[in-house]
Design a protein around this ligand. Structure first.
Ligand code: PMM
Length: 387
């Protein structure tokens, strides 16, 4: 007998093994995704639910680790599936079904498109978002583009390097930064948005303020990138909903002024996922359509280097929420912590982080050096096409 261990971190190895043995493409794919090992963390369980879970796991042959109010369930996706069906779920576990059904649906069918104002962005290939900062004090490129024309020319160059979207920001969000008055931020951002739109380029506006977002949208922006995840300005959700723009909800805690003191997590990936899930619910309650929302773990915002690396490695937990995932590791301090490189020499580390994030399910990449990230992502794409 010959024994070969297959790679288990994607369904691909099983699919290929079945295809090599004569299985048709579609059944091979279904069988491979069904065999995929999944682990889910259940919290806020009652004693009765925990007992019902122990009984089910013993019958289903699932692995279970459990403590007061929580359980970790490990099983093949096909074994977990009955728990997600109202007609198949064992008595006592009904409250589990809706959330598990949402997760399994997103796992089986990840979003293939992101709806933006006036169109959509396919997610089969990495989507590069080029950074156009028009701030005098951003941590890596502050003060570089003094006029709208210079900033727009830079944006055009990023587009030539492969940026699908240009993200224009007029307020530095580096640690400790204060709030820029809305009028000043608007005066920085709007002329650049207008100029990029005139050149035919899709623009995202990086702002926490509804009035700035509204002005940028009026100038032709199609996406709002809110680093506060709708927590800063109560009017933001409705402003985005009314315009039918797309919305990036980034995770942070507090404000750039206070965030470093709030980098306290017991389990960073699970907590960030829960907080982003709540932000998405707020956005949907304000009227933003689900297919217009993308989520971003917010590298560097209220996170230590260790938190950022845990989050990067466990990005699949954010992806499992079922929205397109954006990452913005570009030139950030945690990459310096790993490489010893200063801020102006972190583009290779950024490109590597992007490739790792693609592998874990991120689809959009907000970077300064588009050409380098694109090159790294083309290798990641060739290794692991989007499924
Ligand atoms: N990082 C910064 C600003 N805006 N937006 C999103 N969606 N994700 C990020 O990680 C992010 C962001 C700070 O970096 P910069 O000063 O280089 O723009």
């Amino acid at each position: 007998m010959r024994v070969t261990a297959l790679a288990a971190h994607t369904p691909e190895a099983v699919r290929a093994a079945l295809a090599a043995r004569g299985w048709e493409a579609q059944p091979a794919w279904f069988a491979a995704t069904g065999l995929q090992p999944l682990t889910i963390l259940l919290e806020d369980l009652s004693d009765a639910e925990r007992e019902a879970l122990v009984g089910w796991a013993a019958r289903a042959g699932a692995d279970l680790l459990t403590g007061q109010g929580w359980a970790l369930v490990g099983a093949a996706a096909s074994r977990l599936a009955p728990l997600a069906r109202a007609d198949r779920v064992p008595p006592g576990l009904a409250s589990l079904s809706p959330a598990l059904a949402r997760f399994l649906a997103a796992y089986a069918e990840p979003p293939r498109r992101w709806a933006i104002r006036g169109g959509e962005i396919p997610l089969e290939q990495p989507v590069l978002i080029g950074i156009v900062n028009v701030t005098p004090d951003s941590f890596s490129d502050g003060g570089r583009y003094g006029t709208a024309d210079a900033a727009a020319a830079h944006g055009e160059q990023l587009a030539a390097h492969g940026a699908r979207i240009l993200d224009v920001g007029g307020e530095s969000t580096r640690p400790g930064a204060g709030v820029v008055p809305a009028a000043a931020e608007q005066a920085r951002v709007v002329p650049v948005v207008r100029e990029l739109v005139r050149r035919g380029l899709p623009v995202s506006v990086d702002t926490r303020k509804a009035v700035v977002a509204a002005a940028a949208l009026a100038a032709g922006a199609v996406i709002v990138n809110d680093v506060s995840g709708l927590a800063f300005d109560p009017a933001m959700g409705e402003t985005v909903a009314r315009s039918q723009a797309a919305l990036v909800l980034m995770h942070m805690r507090g404000t750039p002024d206070t965030m470093d003191t709030l980098a306290t997590y017991r389990h960073v990936a699970a907590e960030v996922a829960a907080e982003l899930g709540a932000a998405a619910e707020r956005a949907e309650a304000a009227g933003v359509a689900r297919e217009r929302i993308a989520l971003d773990p917010g590298f560097g915002f209220a996170k230590t280097p260790e938190h950022n690396f845990r989050l990067l490695d466990e990005l699949a937990t954010i992806v499992a929420l079922g929205y397109p995932v954006v990452v913005g590791p570009s030139r950030k301090r945690f990459l310096g912590a790993a490489t010893g490189r200063p801020v102006e020499d972190r583009d290779r580390a950024t490109a590597t982080a992007c490739a790792l994030a693609w592998e874990r399910g991120a689809r959009l990449f907000r970077v300064h050096d588009v050409a380098l990230a694109r090159e790294a992502l083309s290798v990641a794409l060739a290794t692991r096409p989007a499924t």
